[in-house]
Design a protein around this ligand. Structure first.
Ligand code: HEM
Length: 132
């Protein structure tokens, strides 16, 4: 049946990942949220980046299911002020873009599922954001 919030999100992410367009749409939404964000990806190989993000979101979901912090700590390092220097305020735009994409791609999307996603990913995102 339903399972824990983390299980529900894990299954939703599985439905989203059926289409590679999920990651194309995510970056379209995310880059449309601010010119400054768009500018950060001018030199990025977006094909590769979509692939990396696919794993990154999986790490956030697995973290909620009890996996170790190690990979998220590494993302915290790469995104902090000594790395890509990603301002902490941008993470809410990141999450809003992600939820817009889930809404488009998961046929089972509803307000409750949206809340599950935000609750489940929250602590992992905080870990990365908090490493700034
Ligand atoms: C690179 C995940 C938030 C900008 C990456 C990589 C992953 C990732 C897996 C590749 C591995 C690495 O370089 O460490 C995530 C996750 C996020 C997040 C899970 C949210 C919790 C953000 C935000 C921005 C951002 C808010 C703002 C613009 C970048 C940039 C790169 C990157 C610029 C490097 C691109 C390049 O190699 O040219 N991210 N990211 N990320 N991320 Fe994020």
């Amino acid at each position: 049946m339903g399972g824990t919030a983390a299980d529900i999100v894990f299954q939703s992410y599985g439905r989203c990942c059926k289409s590679d367009e999920f990651f194309v749409d995510f970056y379209d939404y995310f880059m449309s949220s601010s010119q400054a964000i768009k500018d950060r990806f001018v030199k990025t190989d977006m094909g590769q980046q979509r692939h990396l993000l696919r794993n990154g979101i999986m790490q956030l979901v697995l973290h909620a299911r009890g996996m170790s912090d190690r990979k998220l700590r590494a993302l915290g390092e790469s995104h902090n002020r000594g790395g890509y220097n990603i301002p902490p305020e941008w993470y809410s735009l990141w999450l809003d873009s992600l939820m817009k994409t889930v809404r488009k791609h998961d046929p089972d999307y509803d307000a409750e599922l949206d809340m599950c996603w935000r609750d489940v990913l929250g602590p992992g995102i905080e870990l990365i954001r908090g490493a700034y």
